[in-house]
Ligand binder design. Structure first.
Ligand SMILES: Nc1ncnc2c1ncn2[C@@H]1O[C@H](COP(=O)(O)OP(=O)(O)OP(=O)(O)O)[C@@H](O)[C@H]1O
Ligand SMILES: [Mg+2]
Length: 267
C-alpha cells in the first residue's frame, strides 16, 4: 500500500539575522522522516521550539523545505509548480492552536468557510452555502453561527468552526497543531471526541501535535518525539509508551504520570 503521505529526510533551516554581517543558521527541522497511512493518526510531541509547527508548514507546502522530500499520494510535491500543487492543496489542511487568531475578525464564520471552498472549483455559490450548513452540522454547531463573527462565539465553538473550515475542501489529512491547548479542560475532551468521530466517518488521517501525552495516547497509533528539530524516538504507540528508548521520552512520560498499564481514556 502506498502511504498517504511520506516525509523523507525533511529539513528546514532559517537564516537568523545577527548584528553586523554575520548570519547564523538555525536548523528548525532536521532530517525528519515518517509515513502516514490513510485514516491513521500520528502523534507528535516535543518541547516548545522543537520544530513541530515548522514541520507542519513544510508538510503542507506552506514553506519550502531546505532539503528532503514530501510525497503525497505518491507524488513529490516539492517538484510541483504552484499551479500543479493547487488541486493537491485541498488534501492537507491545518487546524491551529488559537482559533481566535486563525480567523479573520472581519469575516463571519460562514464567509470564512466559503473562502476555503475556493480550493474546490466547480461549486457555485448556492452549493457552497449549502455546504457551509452541512459542515457546521458535522461539527455540531448551530447553523445560526454562520452569520456570527469570531469574537461573538466561545473558544470551543470557534475551534469547532476551525475544524469545519479545515474539512471544507474535503481533505484526506488534517495537521492539528495543538488544537485543544487553548481551550478549557472541560471543552478539550469534547473536541477530541469530535475529532475521533470525524475520523471514523471520513477515514481522515491526522497528524496531531500536543503537549498532552494523555491526549496523544488516546488518539494516535504512531508517535514521533521531537527535540531540537530531530526525531529522538518514533514508532507504534504501544512500543514507545511501553518501552521508551530515549531518556527524553522517558522524562516526558514520567512527567505526564503516564504509565501505560493504567492509562484511562481522556474524558
Ligand atoms: N519564520 C522563522 N524564522 C526564524 N526562525 C523560526 C521561524 N519559525 C520558527 N523558527 C524557529 O524554529 C524553531 C522551531 O519552531 P517551531 O515553532 O516549529 O517549534 P514548535 O515545536 O512548534 O514550538 P511550540 O511548541 O512552542 O509551538 C524555533 O527555534 C523557532 O524559533
Ligand atoms: Mg508550534
Amino acid at each position: 500500500m502506498t502511504p498517504l503521505l511520506s516525509a523523507i529526510e525533511v529539513t528546514k533551516q532559517y537564516r537568523l539575522r545577527r548584528p553586523g554581517w554575520r548570519t547564523a543558521m538555525l536548523t528548525a527541522v532536521d532530517h525528519v522522516s515518517f509515513d502516514l497511512e490513510p485514516g491513521e493518526t500520528l502523534g507528535i510531541v516535543g518541547e516548545s521550539g522543537s520544530g513541530k509547527s515548522t514541520l507542519g508548514r513544510c508538510i503542507l507546502h506552506l514553506t519550502p523545505v531546505t532539503a528532503g522530500r514530501v510525497v503525497l499520494e505518491g507524488r513529490d510535491i516539492q517538484a510541483l509548480s504552484e499551479r500543479q500543487m493547487l488541486p493537491l492543496r485541498r488534501k492537507m489542511q491545518m487546524v491551529f492552536q488559537n482559533p481566535l487568531t486563525s480567523f479573520n475578525p472581519m469575516m463571519t464564520i460562514g464567509q470564512a468557510l466559503m473562502d476555503t471552498m475556493r480550493l474546490m472549483p466547480g461549486l457555485d455559490d448556492k452549493h457552497r452555502q449549502q455546504r457551509v450548513f452541512a459542515l457546521l452540522e458535522q461539527v455540531q454547531l448551530d447553523s445560526r453561527i454562520a452569520n456570527l463573527y469570531p469574537h461573538e462565539i466561545s473558544g470551543g465553538q470557534l475551534q469547532r468552526a476551525g475544524i469545519a473550515r479545515a474539512l471544507a475542501p474535503e481533505p484526506a489529512m488534517l495537521f492539528l497543531d495543538e488544537p485543544t491547548s487553548a481551550l478549557d479542560v472541560s471543552i478539550q475532551g469534547q473536541i477530541v471526541n469530535l475529532l475521533l468521530d470525524l475520523q471514523k466517518d471520513r477515514g481522515l488521517a491526522y497528524i496531531f501535535v500536543s503537549h498532552d501525552l494523555r491526549v496523544v495516547h488516546y488518539l494516535a497509533q504512531h508517535l514521533l518525539v521531537m527535540r531540537q528539530g530531530q526525531v529522538v524516538e518514533q514508532g507504534a504507540k504501544e512500543a514507545v509508551f511501553g518501552a521508551p528508548q530515549h531518556p527524553y521520552t522517558q522524562t516526558l512520560i514520567e512527567a505526564a504520570h503516564l504509565h501505560v498499564s493504567h492509562v484511562s481514556p481522556a474524558t
